[in-house]
Design a protein around this ligand. Structure first.
Ligand code: HPA
Length: 248
């Protein structure tokens, strides 16, 4: 059975359902990971956990060392990785508290260390990203939610923005014209580097606000975001625990 890793996002600096065994600092060729890699039991299964914003949520999206994080998880044996993602919702099906397993990405980020292949000794590679997420892991997440009777949206295009500020309403209108359903700040380069490392990576996204210009709430508040994280947290943990029984 593949070793499963979970990358925690906003709201998941730790994984309450995890029975922790140990936490290890991993040396990587790129620098420090966001936090030590925790190993523990989720249900009966050993999983790895790493909070991408750090143990105290001290790292903004553009300061996260995505390469170090994914490299370290692979060095610890991970083969499949679920990236948790608190996101803004753009299109009708993606209102606050909806949980989704997106199937496409558009990358609007810039200036981030986004590849393992920088030329020179690391070489030049062009990995295929036609389907940016691992279909086996997506299906396993969708099946886990179905077994729990939890409604989720089993598709969606994730727009990865630079942050840390939220978007203008014109930016969101542009993302919608581009075909985005969801917005987050960390989905790239995480998915691209995961593919370069040959990791089976999927995103489990939960909507914590209507994107700018889409809902009634002006301005979007951290309070609203935090409240919706709380509403989603137990359902996310239940899906992950169910997945741990059954992941590819
Ligand atoms: N935009 C970008 N990232 C986000 C949002 C948003 O509205 N909500 C949560 N992460």
């Amino acid at each position: 059975m593949a070793v499963l890793a979970i990358i925690g996002g906003s709201g998941f600096s730790s994984l309450p359902a995890l029975e922790v065994r140990d936490a290890r600092r991993i040396d990587t060729p790129f620098g420090e990971t966001s936090a030590p890699v925790t190993r523990g039991l989720l249900g009966a299964r050993e999983v790895l956990f790493l909070p991408r914003h750090g143990a105290t949520h001290q790292l903004p999206p553009h300061r996260i060392d995505y390469r170090a994080n994914l490299w370290a998880l692979r060095a610890c044996g991970a083969e499949a990785v679920v990236g948790l993602a608190a996101v803004g919702g753009i299109t009708e099906d993606f209102g606050p508290t909806v949980i989704a397993v997106p199937d496409q990405i558009i990358d609007y980020t810039w200036g981030r260390a986004h590849t393992l292949y920088e030329g020179g000794e690391s070489g030049v590679e062009h990995v295929d990203m036609t389907e940016p997420y691992c279909s086996r892991l997506r299906q396993a997440l969708i099946a886990s939610a179905a077994r729990l009777g939890q409604p989720i949206v089993a598709h969606g295009t994730y727009g990865a923005t630079q942050g840390p500020r939220l978007e203008t309403s014109a930016e969101v209108a542009r993302l919608e014209r581009d075909g985005c359903d969801l917005i987050g700040m960390t989905g790239m380069p995480e998915a691209g580097i995961a593919r370069e490392l040959d990791l089976c990576y999927a995103s489990l996204a939960f909507v914590v606000n209507w994107a700018a210009g889409k809902g009634e709430g002006v301005p979007i508040t951290m309070r609203e975001i935090e409240d919706n994280i709380q509403v989603c947290a137990d359902r996310i943990l239940a899906i992950l625990t169910e997945l741990a029984h059954d992941a590819p």
